[in-house]
Design a protein around this ligand. Structure first.
Ligand code: GBH
Length: 479
């Protein structure tokens, strides 16, 4: 059986690594930075595994030179990082500009550009200024204006050098984990309602920022702008059962179509979402659907507000249709599907992050068909391993080899319009509720040492070879 496909990507393929502000920067209150919801959340004992915080993290706030040196050694074409909103606007508003924060990002961006590394910049990777949570966070539609004014400042300040913008990282996680499950701050546990309302506001905020870029900056700066959902492939449990095929597609529509159907298709939520949530709301005797409705004007405003298709991906899920009536009125159950992972798939430390490389090829083909062959960038892909010393990380090398090989198949054999691939993560970093364990990095960071020294893992050497060869040509027999 031809397990591996040997081949390369086009010359201008954009290889990179990714990170996010709260997970690596540290300097949580340095030089006038304001607190974010994650600063406050991690400071409450018991909230995070081992009571870890991002107070110092990888100390990247003080390590611009070191980080750029490591990126150069990898040979990446791009570096994807995020801007900390409260580091730039401590109160969340443009009347509180922190010049030290701006200086930090200027040094980082200048360093990247000087080394021919394209910055891919995320405006929001979950670290909302606490001051804006105090007025209701993403449940308050004032956030549309406030996010726009932050984005506007960033375009004006960094846009001469930054040509690739991502508005929101994983908006579904913001809406669902923050306001439905409630395990991420602001810890709102309202699974049937708040996520839909929050998503409605996030979509409008994204569209507003896109139009600001379009109206004020695109002509002079000439960049691209999009958002970055997380998408795990959904495999029907019984592929011969049409109900499971439908359920798997429905799961993808609820997971990703929720945001990408409005933006990449017609300005509106997927039909199946409107139908299911509408029906179930009716069964609850509610006067209207729990899924909010866009006006015709809003649909027109949201449609087409992305220049390229970006996404993060880690694993695959098994999906089957629900056979009994699911009673709870929750976003999760509105899908009327049941999901699981196959325990025979190779596991990593995170039980829900099984390594299923073939799922990525199917997912890429799904995106191609569903959204009309857009240019695609994989912005995060990687594996967490639960160990403190994993410089000899063969498991991670195997993960990258197989996942990258499936993207090669999608590009070469299926004609998927793939433009870039980024590994998550540049270095070991703060893993949200999990603290500093598991580790996702290509570089090990010694969190016990105040200098936070970085050491390339074997996977970093391997990934650098893939980049140097622009794929996996037949002679690349490193592993
Ligand atoms: C990515 O999300 C993130 O973008 C990145 O910051 C992170 O480091 C990376 O994953 C690796 O973990 O059960 O309440 O704990 C991937 C999607 C969203 C999946 C959060 C796991 C956990 C929610 N992830 N979710 S909870």
């Amino acid at each position: 059986m031809d397990t591996y496909f040997y081949g390369t990507f086009p010359k201008d393929f954009s290889w990179g690594v990714s990170s996010s502000a709260y997970q690596i920067e540290g300097g949580w209150d340095a030089d006038g930075k304001g607190p974010s919801i994650w600063d406050n959340f991690t400071h409450v004992p018991g909230n995070i595994n081992n009571n870890d915080t991002g107070d110092i993290a990888c100390d990247s706030y003080n390590k611009v030179e070191e980080d750029i040196y490591l990126l150069r050694a990898l040979g990446v074409k791009n570096y994807r990082f995020s801007l900390s909103w409260p580091r730039i606007f401590p109160s969340g508003r443009n009347n509180s500009i922190n010049s030290h924060g701006v200086d930090y990002y200027n040094r980082l961006i200048d360093g990247l550009v000087a080394n021919n590394i394209t910055p891919i910049v995320t405006l929001y990777h979950w670290d909302l200024p606490q001051a804006l949570q105090d007025i209701g966070g993403w449940e308050n539609s004032e956030l549309i204006d406030l996010f726009d004014s932050f984005a506007d400042f960033c375009f004006q300040t960094f846009g001469d050098r930054v040509k690739f913008w991502i508005t929101l990282n994983e908006p579904q996680v913001v809406a669902w984990v923050g306001y439905g499950a409630g395990t991420f701050p602001p810890n709102v546990n309202d699974p049937g309602n708040a996520p839909y309302r929050v998503a409605h506001i996030l979509l409008k905020a994204h569209a507003r920022v896109y139009h600001t870029y379009d109206d004020k900056y695109r002509a002079s700066q000439g960049g691209v702008i999009t958002l970055c959902p997380n998408i795990d492939w959904a495999e029907p449990k019984t592929p011969s059962d049409p109900r499971d095929i439908e359920a798997a597609d429905r799961h993808l529509q609820f997971l990703v179509g929720w945001f990408t159907h409005p933006i990449f298709k017609n300005g509106d939520y997927p039909e199946v979402m409107k139908w299911k949530v509408g029906n179930r709301s009716e069964l609850q005797n509610l006067p209207s659907s729990r899924l909010p409705v866009f006006t015709a004007e809003e649909r027109e405003y949201i449609r087409g507000t992305a220049d390229v298709f970006c996404f993060n991906t880690y694993t695959s899920k098994i999906v089957t249709h629900a056979t009994t009536q699911l009673s709870p009125s929750s976003y999760e159950y509105d899908q009327e599907v049941l999901t699981s992972v196959d325990s025979s798939w190779p596991s990593s430390a995170l039980s829900d992050h099984r390594a299923v490389a073939w799922g990525l090829r199917r997912l890429l083909n799904w995106i191609k068909e569903e959204y009309g062959n857009p240019p695609i960038y994989i912005i995060e892909n990687g594996v967490g391993i639960k160990t403190t010393s994993d410089v000899d990380d063969n498991t991670r090398i195997f993960y990258y080899k197989t996942y990258i090989d499936e993207t090669l198949k999608a590009y070469n054999l299926d004609n998927v319009n793939l433009r870039g691939y980024n590994a998550w993560s540049f270095m070991d970093s703060f893993e949200w509720l999990n603290g500093y364990d598991p580790r996702f990095g290509l570089h090990q960071v010694d969190f016990g040492n105040p200098n936070r020294p970085r050491t390339p893992k074997r996977s970093a050497v391997y990934y650098a070879e893939i980049i140097r060869n622009n794929g996996i040509p037949l002679h690349l027999q490193l592993f």
